[in-house]
Design a protein around this ligand. Structure first.
Ligand SMILES: [Zn+2]
Length: 166
């Protein structure tokens, strides 16, 4: 961009110069306040940049803090999830135990039903036996009665014979 025709315009008064150095010399001589203003602007800009840097650092610290907070929250959540998992495991075990209890009780109930049926069958068989024994007893009673009648009859005959003999 080394153009021979290039000129530099004073931003304060609009005079043109062949070189930037010439313009700066002009500025220093004709507009000394302008140089102070430029310096002031530089200082202001520098302060602004410094403030920006501080803000950026603060923002970075804030983000770091937030990240740490989120990491802590995530760890807490992981702990909670782990607690819930162990609670679920305990509940599953408890339910399994209860199911075993229920199964045991069902088995016992079935056994009792079987026993009850056996007892009922045995009772029936005993009742039949008792009936048979009672029938037999009645038959024997009849026989006994017949025998007693026969005895009575014989005794009577013997008595008659005795009477005849005497
Ligand atoms: Zn000027």
């Amino acid at each position: 961009m080394a153009d021979a025709d290039e000129t530099y315009e004073c931003p304060e008064c609009g005079d043109t110069f062949d070189s930037i150095r010439g313009m700066h010399v002009h500025e220093g001589q004709v507009h000394p306040d302008r140089r102070v203003e430029d310096l002031q602007e530089l200082v202001d800009n520098f302060e602004e940049d410094a403030n920006k840097a501080v803000m950026i650092k603060r923002e970075r610290d804030r983000l770091k803090q937030r990240l740490k907070q989120l990491t802590d929250e995530k760890e807490e959540l992981e702990d909670t999830v782990s607690d819930l998992k162990s609670t679920r495991r305990e509940l599953k075990n408890a339910i399994e135990e209860k199911q075993n209890d229920v199964q045991n009780l069902r088995d016992k109930l079935n056994n009792l039903k079987d026993e009850k049926e056996e007892v009922a069958a045995e009772k029936q068989s005993l009742e039949r036996e008792l009936d048979a024994v009672q029938e037999e007893k009645e038959r024997m009673n009849k026989s006994l009665k017949q025998t007693e009648n026969l005895l009575l009859k014989f005794k009577h005959q013997v008595d008659e014979l005795d009477a005849d003999l005497n």
